[in-house]
Ligand binder design. Structure first.
Ligand code: SF4
Length: 354
């Protein structure tokens, strides 16, 4: 252990990237950075981190922020449940912990939206709590280091990794060990072509000694994404249009989008919004754009119908629960990636018309 400790510490001290959340003692900033970095690469996450702490500089300001503002700041990062959960977590921290993150692993874990990884990462970086933080990078390093055959990412392999790393972290400064493992996964023990010659764990690594880097980690078979067909309506009544806030579960909950319906399939000969209009003849189809959008668990085939009509020609109840806005106000609302594709296509059509 003494040798591996020395090598890992030396390696980290020499090679760690300089990142703003590594130089701060502000527990809130450390927490924000950890949430942003889940499912997000450092280079992509950095501008979001700066924007977030500028717009919501304290836990109190986040707890009191309107959800739309937080989602707007988060727009483009994806996995929006992270942002929604952070608001709830900030509110709980204010209500139960006097606006400060508690310096206790179990208390951190009891806050809604803070899971095992975040509690261990924040706990070790901010408070020196000796708990291994296990994210995707750390799972990969551990599975190769220990030569684990079991598929990673399952509760039982996570439990196994936790036992192995808990034994080791106790010999280190917890913050340094967790940071070094994450950094190693991000920069050296990469998914493909790991840089074993530069790795401080090489002397003890099972995958290296048995040439198993390309087969480890063993990954559980992913489920095939589900296919969904959706029709979206970009309604033009003069300079007005309508949007709605998605209120059902899923990654886009709380974001705004054009009114939409789920279809069994798209049919070229049928306008699925026909019955939105009192007299179809008075509604003109201006454009019809097709999109394919890939989410982790879903492939969405979306068709955007741009239809122009007078407001008096729209069946009233179709719009009752929706929000009427100036079309050029759309950018003020938090929208998802597919909506960004729609607005990009609409803009380029308008540009072509000039
Ligand atoms: S020696 Fe290679 S496979 Fe093993 S932990 Fe280091 S980079 Fe990963």
């Amino acid at each position: 252990m003494t040798r591996i400790k020395r090598e890992l510490e030396n390696w980290y001290t020499k090679n760690a990237r300089k990142l703003p959340w590594r130089d701060t003692l502000n527990h809130y900033y450390i927490w924000i950075s950890e949430v942003i970095l889940q499912q997000t690469r450092v280079e992509q996450g950095l501008p979001f981190y700066y924007n977030f702490i500028t717009n919501f500089p304290t836990i109190e300001s986040l707890a009191q922020a309107p959800e739309d503002e937080v989602l707007k700041t988060w727009q483009g990062l994806g996995y929006y449940s992270r942002a929604r959960n952070m608001i709830k977590a900030a509110q709980t921290i204010c209500e139960l912990h006097g606006g400060k993150l508690p310096a206790d692993y179990e208390k951190l874990l009891s806050i809604p939206g803070i899971g095992k990884y975040t509690a261990a990462a924040v706990g070790s970086f901010a408070f020196g709590i000796s708990k291994p933080a296990i994210d995707g990078n750390v799972r990969r390093v551990a599975s190769r280091w220990f030569g684990m055959q079991e598929p990673i990412g399952t509760p039982s392999s996570d439990a196994q990794i936790e036992i192995l790393l808990t034994e080791i972290i106790n010999h280190f400064s917890p913050a340094l060990f967790n940071q070094a493992m994450m950094e190693l996964g991000a920069t050296v023990c990469k998914p493909r072509n790991p840089l074993c010659e530069a790795c401080p764990l090489q002397g003890e690594c099972v995958a290296y000694s048995q040439n198993l880097q390309s087969v480890l980690p063993n990954k559980a078979q992913k489920k095939k994404p589900k296919t969904i067909h959706m029709a979206y309506l970009y309604l033009n009544c003069g300079d007005k249009t309508w949007i709605e806030k998605r209120n059902y579960l899923g990654t886009w909950k709380g974001l705004y989008e054009f009114p939409n319906i789920i279809l069994e399939e798209h049919r070229d000969d049928h306008n699925p919004f026909e019955d939105w209009f009192i007299e179809t003849g008075k509604a003109t189809i201006i454009n019809n754009f097709n999109f394919k959008h890939q989410l982790t668990h879903q492939t969405i085939f979306a068709r955007l119908w741009q239809i122009s009509t007078a407001e008096s020609n729209i069946v009233k109840e179709k719009l009752d629960t929706r929000l009427k806005i100036d079309a050029d106000q759309l950018q003020e609302y938090p929208i998802h990636r597919l909506m960004q594709k729609f607005t990009g296509a609409i803009k380029s059509e308008e540009f072509n018309d000039d």
